[in-house]
Design a protein around this ligand. Structure first.
Ligand code: OSB
Ligand code: MG
Length: 375
């Protein structure tokens, strides 16, 4: 499997509705797409950074630089046995998991296509249908949030996650719980609280939440362990977990009872599988997180979500919730029972709409292998 060319593109896509989290509001996404040509076959990956370093330390621009200056030059012309070879080649580049994941995942897609198997199968996935939830951004007031929840439930989604931050938390969760006493409900704070807010967070124990996601600092497993001791509600770690070793540390410290896996945050499919396996060995359920992805990232999330320990509904939802027009065909659709049927065709199982990608592209860079293989 020779890496013959790598094309890096930045596209801009406007969200249908702005998405507010504890760290800010997103209107437009700046997304990097990676096209890796391996043995004449194009595979696609998405870099799932947001635009500012407020979720983790990466941004769309840092990923552009790291891929351009370090990742693409190391991989171009390499002869790989499989996509599993990518992570060891990139191990000398510290951090920058989202940049690495965009490239590694493109090579996974190409490998699956060259073997004529669905990516799901190459990864070892077993589910043919995956369970979907939604992540709802912070709303103006509790009434508006209740109406949003009602819409999503009507569409069939199996779990509702509410973004919260100080001042927009208890009252909002209470309003939703009062209206919908039995739904699967969770909250995500994106690191908006501190350990000294423990008494405040304990108030959430009243609402029978499935989990509270990443309440404390983005890189602080230790404080989550202290908080989990005092909460009845399960903590789910998101930002804190970048690899299998972090997962093991969090589990052994009892810092959480659930882990959210995001392909970008952990550095691609091979690392995601390690996190998945560590959790499975310790009987912790996992679910697939989202980063407001385009269809390419969404398709990778679907493939990953077929691994057997993805037993909770993920933040993987229909293309139409995000975009007027997605860049893949067909678009991702969700059934009335809140599931996605996993494609059975080779690779990602969705095709990339090159014409649309071209129209959305604002910059491109390309690397081509020398004609003769590296010595
Ligand atoms: O923490 O899950 C998160 C979006 C941007 C940054 C962080 C997060 C999110 C989401 C979006 O919750 C989930 C989705 O893609 O629908
Ligand atoms: Mg989260």
């Amino acid at each position: 499997m020779r890496v013959e060319s790598i094309v890096l593109r930045e596209i801009r896509m406007r969200l249908r509705t702005p998405f507010e989290t504890s760290f800010g509001v997103t209107h437009d996404r700046r997304i990097l797409l990676v096209e890796a040509v391996v043995n004449g076959i194009s595979g696609w990956g998405e870099v799932t950074t947001i635009e500012s370093p407020s979720y983790n330390s990466e941004t769309t621009d840092t990923a552009w630089v790291i891929i351009s200056d370090f990742i693409a030059p190391r991989l171009i012309g390499e002869d790989l046995n499989s996509a599993l070879d990518v992570a060891p080649i990139l191990a000398g580049i510290r951090g920058h998991q989202m940049a690495k994941a965009g490239v590694e995942n493109a090579i996974w897609d190409a490998e699956a296509q060259s073997k004529a198997v669905p990516l799901r199968k190459l990864l070892g996935g077993t589910f043919e249908e995956i369970a979907c939830g939604v992540s709802l951004g912070i709303q103006e007031n509790p009434e508006a949030l209740v109406r949003k929840v009602e819409d999503e439930l009507r569409s069939g989604y199996q779990r509702i996650k509410l973004k919260i931050k100080p001042g927009k938390d208890i009252e909002f969760v209470a309003a939703v719980r009062k209206e919908f006493p039995r739904i699967r409900l969770s909250v995500d704070a994106n690191s908006a609280y501190e350990l000294k807010d423990t008494d405040h967070l304990k108030a959430l124990d009243e609402f029978g939440l499935l989990m509270i996601e990443q309440p404390l600092q983005w890189d602080d497993i230790h404080s989550h362990a202290k908080l989990q001791l005092q909460l009845r509600t399960a903590i789910c770690l998101d930002e804190c977990i970048n690899n299998g070793t972090h997962a093991l540390a969090a589990i052994e410290q009892e810092a959480c009872r659930i882990i959210n896996i995001k392909l970008g945050r952990v550095g691609g499919h091979s690392s995601a599988r390690q996190v998945h396996d560590v959790c499975q060995q310790h009987s912790l359920p996992v679910w697939c997180g989202g980063m407001l992805e385009s269809g390419v990232g969404r398709a990778h999330n679907i493939a990953m979500s077929t691994l057997p320990n993805f037993t909770l509904p993920g933040d993987v939802s229909a293309s139409q919730r995000y975009w007027k027009e997605d860049i893949i065909e067909p678009e991702v659709e969700v059934t009335s029972s809140g599931t996605i049927h996993v494609p059975m065709t080779p690779g990602l199982g969705y095709s990339v709409r090159r014409d649309l990608v071209e129209r959305l592209t604002i910059r491109t860079r390309e690397w081509k292998a020398e004609i003769f293989a590296k010595a």
